[in-house]
Every structure is written in structure tokens, then in C-alpha cells.
Design a binder for this molecule. Sequence first.
Ligand SMILES: [Zn+2]
Length: 50
Amino acid sequence: MDIIVSHWYCPHCEVAGRDHEPEPACWNCGAAAVVTARPRAEGEPPALSA
Ligand SMILES: [Zn+2]
């Protein structure tokens, strides 16, 4: 089983974080965050192409 960690960024609050949710929300304002990367925790290296 792959462990996906979404790296996200909230342009409203200028905060970033990581979440196991595929579509994370900002912990500060609660808005949908912009996912910047979604590497797998094991196996292949993260894809650099978006
Ligand atoms: Zn926010």
C-alpha cells in the first residue's frame, strides 16, 4: 500500500503543510489548499513534472 503525502500551499495565508488527504484544506483558513507535490512515501522518487 502506497502512502501518499500531499504537500500543499495556501496562497491566502502563505502557509504550507503536508497532509494525508488527497485534497487537503488549509489548517488556518479552512479553504482548499493548492497541492504542490504528491510524492509517494515509498518506492519511486517524486515526479518533477506537474
Ligand atoms: Zn489558508
